[in-house]
Design a protein around this ligand. Structure first.
Ligand SMILES: Nc1ncnc2c1ncn2[C@@H]1O[C@H](COP(=O)(O)OP(=O)(O)OP(=O)(O)O)[C@@H](O)[C@H]1O
Length: 248
């Protein structure tokens, strides 16, 4: 469904993403992980059209969309959430979601009906009249999800939707994400919460210092020596292997 080919993104002298290639299969939940500053959010910004890459291509169903604007990509069916959630503070929950549903429903009644349905789907059905500013962190995360979902995407890019949630809130939202996929929306998610990555993702890509260092099943990438070293430092994989030997 989506491919990036040798994407490079430089900010002045800093190479945030360095020739990174990946593919997201239709119907999958695919993960993008990596240490802080690895270039994950930059990669999402390039895919969604918020940044023009210094080099490389973004392909959507085989077509080059590298030069399309974010709203053109939204029309094609690509939606993203933001790591730092910023709902329209002066609008209530339903109005915030309706901003998204107007993309495909120009008539207000239809847009509102769609927004109500999306709110139910993410568990915000009881908070429609609440000002967005009254929501808890978990509520704001659900609202962020709903605003993107209201555009009726084919591909949903989730940027750390679980960050800041406690373990029980994470347990509650994991089935919501899985249900969105089961309804036919392909999901590509940046996530630091490994419990969620292991639970949800079939395929995981690992970025470190801008470079794609591994890809595979969650279990395979977690056992990859290069991935362990990217997170824990040089020699960590060998030290962990020795510890295992010592305990055996
Ligand atoms: N607009 C920008 N201008 C300059 N540097 C930037 C810009 N955006 C990101 N960077 C830098 O690019 C690098 C990658 O940042 P990015 O936010 O993509 O990493 P990340 O993997 O998403 O990190 P985190 O997990 O901490 O969110 C960092 O060094 C960051 O400071």
């Amino acid at each position: 469904m989506l491919r990036t080919e040798t994407i490079t993104m430089r900010f002045g002298g800093l190479t945030a993403v360095d020739q990174a290639s990946l593919a997201v299969r239709k119907g999958s939940i695919t993960g993008l992980i990596g240490p802080n500053g690895a270039g994950k959010t930059t990669m999402f910004a390039v895919i969604a059209g918020f940044l023009q890459p210094t080099g490389g291509q973004v392909l959507w169903q085989g077509n080059d969309i590298t030069r399309l604007k974010p709203h053109q990509r939204a029309q094609l069916g690509i939606a993203r959430t933001f790591q730092i959630v910023q709902p329209f503070q002066g609008l209530n929950v339903l109005e915030n979601i309706t901003v998204g549903s107007y993309l495909r429903h120009p008539h207000t009644d239809d847009a509102i009906a769609k927004a109500r349905a999306v709110a139910e789907r993410v568990g915000l059905g009881g908070e429609l009249e609440q000002p967005a500013s009254n929501l808890t962190v978990a509520g704001r995360k659900r609202l962020e999800l709903a605003r993107a979902l209201a555009t009726e995407p084919k591909l949903l890019l989730l940027d750390e939707v679980l960050a800041g949630l406690n373990p029980s809130e994470i347990r509650d939202i994991i089935p919501v994400i899985r249900a969105i996929r089961d309804d036919g929306v392909t999901i590509f998610m940046i996530e630091h919460v490994m419990q969620a990555v292991m639970n949800l993702c079939e395929e995981v890509y690992v970025l470190a210092q801008g470079q794609m260092i591994a890809e595979g099943s969650p279990a395979a990438v977690c056992n990859d020596a290069g991935v362990i070293e990217a997170y824990l430092g040089k020699g960590a994989a060998a030290r962990i292997a020795n510890l295992g030997g010592a305990h055996a």
